[in-house]
Design a protein around this ligand. Sequence first.
Ligand SMILES: NC(=O)c1ccc[n+]([C@@H]2O[C@H](COP(=O)([O-])OP(=O)(O)OC[C@H]3O[C@@H](n4cnc5c(N)ncnc54)[C@H](OP(=O)(O)O)[C@@H]3O)[C@@H](O)[C@H]2O)c1
Length: 384
Amino acid sequence: MRHLAILGSTGSIGTSTLDVVRAHPERLSVAALAAGRNRDLLKVQCEAFRPRCVSVGSREDAEWLRSNLPYRPDIHWGGEGLLACALHAGADTVVAAIVGSAGLASTEAALRAGRRVCVANKESLVVGGALMHEAALAGGGELLPVDSEHAALHQLLAGRDPASIREVRITASGGPFRDWPLARIQAATIDQALNHPTWKMGPKITIDSATLMNKGLEVIEASVLFGLQADQVAVTVHPQSQVHAMVGFHDGSYQLQVCANDMKLPIQYCLLYPDKQPGPVAPYPWDEARHWTFEAPDLERFPCLGLAFRALRAGGTAPALLNAANEVAVAAFLQGRLGFWDIQACNHETLDRIDARPLESLAQVLDADAAARRHAEGWVHARA
Ligand SMILES: NC(=O)c1ccc[n+]([C@@H]2O[C@H](COP(=O)([O-])OP(=O)(O)OC[C@H]3O[C@@H](n4cnc5c(N)ncnc54)[C@H](OP(=O)(O)O)[C@@H]3O)[C@@H](O)[C@H]2O)c1
């Protein structure tokens, strides 16, 4: 039996994780749940799963939960609350499904405490890089990737001699603007950017999918997770989102991983690893006719992908700078304070203006994150 702490339980990944738990009551139970602002859904989840440890974003919402829950779990709030859930003694497995670099400290702490950490929160890997591996090594933690492309690579690379591998390729749906001309992309609205063709996800990652920043973050994530150089990670646009990743060997051949585009599959892969069992997703329907297409990404229309490669090559704190600027720019776009095309401009400008430093400690990463946020917020303010 695995006992889970789910950080970000009210989000898209968090609710899918609870669906996987429902499908495996004999293998999975919930020890801790943490959310941000959605106290109503958190209350419903607590009533259904009865976790012993609960955390919410604010002190006020923690008091509200204390008065409204029909049982008495330990109730925490804020960053300390996230850590309390991540380190709860009754949990052996942490699902890191917070959005943004707010998930960094809890992911690192859980790895250092020897937990299995199923990481959906790609930003913590992008920002924390090698520090996450160090934390896992120091504490005996186990890091498994929830992102569908990286869960696919985890399966494709298992048992492979690294010397036989020429490159890995992750696929991108291309987002809602895949076939739009540049001028139309530049003027895209919030509703258009939130209208993802193949995946239903939270708002931040949906905007990142429209700019291809999400794929850029995933390129960095793949490099961090599998110890690959920038020129060993490539992106192929595959609008049907059925092939999730490919591994290319020196002999010129490739192996591909295929499954339905449903996050419950990679989530279950991480939770039950190394077991594979029937779950909430049906086997791939090979008897239905289907049409798969593949194309190269266009860096002129989607410059955020190029910026991610630039940050990966620069190394050190450069990915943290890019990630922080992007979080600020996406939030400003969603608030109607920036245009769609301004997101890439803000990211570009922040990378140009702030020097990257070698990556040595978590404190230094948090400093880089804060400096990039200040710079990007100033840029947004001047622009708005
Ligand atoms: N959705 C997908 O299909 C998918 C696929 C691959 C990877 N990912 C990654 O998974 C992560 C989560 O994505 P999502 O789509 O699930 O996002 P989402 O739907 O926006 O959910 C985010 C979750 O994080 C919580 N949260 C946000 N900030 C918090 C804070 N400071 N403290 C505590 N809780 C906080 C939210 O709580 P409230 O809602 O209660 O405020 C919510 O539960 C992201 O890093 C994303 O890139 C997502």
